[in-house]
Design a binder for this molecule. Sequence first.
Ligand code: GUN
Length: 297
Amino acid sequence: MTTRIDGEAVAADVRDSLTDSIAELEADGVTPGLATVLMSDDPASETYVSMKQRDCAEVGIDSTHVEIDPDAPAEALYETIDDLNTDPDVHGILVQMPVPEHVDERRVLRRIDPIKDVDGFHPENVGRLVAGDDRYRPCTPHGVQKLLAAYDIDTDGADAVIVGRSNIVGKPLANLLVQKAADGNATVTVCHSHTEDLAEKTRSADIVVAAAGIPEFIDAGMIREGATVVDVGINRVDADTEKGYELVGDVDHDSVSGTAGALTPVPGGVGPMTRAMLLYNTVDAAGLQTDTDVSLP
Ligand code: GUN
């Protein structure tokens, strides 16, 4: 029997708790504010940004949105970030990635004031996370930790294999799971496109995190009986549906079901948690910037 890890339900619990945190801030006259910035006409990015705004409205976070023509000069984006950095009503800034090729992504990340960097991608925040002095945990890795905790899946002493070494998921998750902490203490292996004998490594794991961006890549032959499998992938593949595509993860769910002990679905697994943890970081950021004590779930 494979347990289905219900990300929608855990995310709803996080949002519920955050409404209490936001009430604490409101009692001190603080309304948390998130600014989203989109410099892209990619439909998936547009959808992600609009979902983030909807989530903010649901819990009582003010959201503002800035759209920049993808053909505009990079300066337009830098100036927008500068304005948001100095806006006291904005506690969190999220620039939806990817940005157009003529914009230097690393320069964008460095331009955001680290105290408003609710993605946790600024080098200062990355460094703090590696040092175990984290301020904002990147949303997807933090969401994965919360999911594991919600299902009492112990990371302490576990062998965790992460497939994928992105700055957004693989690297920060590895750094979180290896920390000397109750939600860490794992022995972590990070695999990638140059890894040899990948299946041998994933088969040795108690926890496999699939974050390579390759549709249905992990199958039952790569999983040990009873292992926890976390599917971070969200891949659009052509399909005979109304929209002409469907979303699939990095895990072949038909294959792995029955072998894995627990498995996150796609959709409805990690995705809703990523969105919930952005709200979490925005509430945290509002507390920090206004010197207001706020309890977080
Ligand atoms: N694009 C895909 N994932 C993310 C994310 O977590 N944050 C931002 N800013 N852009 C993304």
